[in-house]
Design a protein around this ligand. Structure first.
Ligand code: ADP
Ligand code: MG
Length: 253
């Protein structure tokens, strides 16, 4: 595994999945998943459609329950429900393919709301944080607009700012650029690259292999609900070991 200045192999893992299984009816969608993600690590998850990538992400912030196994974040098992679960969700930021912004709230309000409602931050402070985060994602000038007045790339950057406003320990990105026009993909990837460089722990499902090569510490390849292969991006892309990975890469590269 490659070591970078921001990931420390001696640190306790931040996210741990052990023996995780999940079914949808007869479909065994996650099969014996064991995974440890260290503080500051950027893990890219790739694999064919239907292999379980989204489901894996969704189990990490408990949008999906699991049938067996354990998931812990920062040493604590995922709570089942209630207030503790809301708190956990705040600690695990998630950005989806569809931006899911509140259409009838301004950009600023989209970034303020969770802070006030979930984290109980006082409004003036929440607004200050929101302005700083909008600046960080390059949208300081758009705070008073509504989502529909922004491009897809801009809306996705608001979604990232909104997730960051919850002060998450880890950020999950599920195909964050898949719904974007090509010319908007880079502005979103740039924000993600800068987050990675600042030491954010990230799990990223993406088809952007350039991003995987340049930003990932580790690539996980999933097929049929299993992590079939994991390696550094360099090793994975130049010398995939499994037939499934070779086949997948031959189709996308
Ligand atoms: P990926 O993100 O890798 O494309 P998903 O995690 O979305 O894969 O889906 C994995 C499998 O689980 C697919 O066969 C999908 O159809 C199925 N699946 C996902 N969500 C549900 C659900 N809520 N109910 C039933 N089947 C589901
Ligand atoms: Mg998916």
């Amino acid at each position: 595994m490659t070591e970078t200045t921001v990931s420390d192999s001696t640190a306790a893992p931040l996210v741990v999945l052990s023996g995780v299984n999940k079914h949808f009816g007869a479909l065994h969608v996650l099969q014996d998943i064991d995974l440890e993600i260290r503080q500051g690590e950027v893990v890219v998850l790739i694999g064919p459609s239907g292999s379980g990538k989204s489901t894996l992400c969704r189990t990490i912030n408990r949008l999906e329950t699991i049938d067996s196994g354990e998931i812990s974040i920062d040493g604590r098992p995922l709570p089942a429900e209630g207030k503790q679960l809301a708190k956990l969700r705040a600690e695990v930021g998630m950005v989806f393919q569809s931006f899911n912004l509140f259409a009838h709230k301004t950009v600023l309000e989209n970034v303020v709301l969770g802070q006030v409602k979930v984290r109980k931050v006082a409004r003036p402070e929440a607004e200050k944080t929101a302005h700083a985060l909008l600046e960080r994602v390059g949208l300081a000038a758009h705070a008073a607009k509504y989502p529909a007045q922004l491009s897809g790339g801009q809306q996705q950057r608001v979604a990232i700012a909104r997730a960051l406003a919850m002060n998450p320990k880890v950020m999950l990105f599920d195909e964050p650029t898949s719904a974007l026009d090509p010319e908007m993909i880079n502005e979103v990837l740039e924000v993600m690259r800068s987050l990675a460089a600042e030491g954010m722990t990230m799990v990223v499902v993406t088809h952007e292999m350039g991003f995987a090569r340049s930003a990932a510490n580790r690539v996980l390849f999933m097929a049929d609900g299993r992590i079939v292969e994991e390696n550094t991006p360099e090793a994975f892309f130049t010398a995939p070991r499994s037939d499934r990975a070779k086949d997948f890469l031959s189709k996308i590269l």
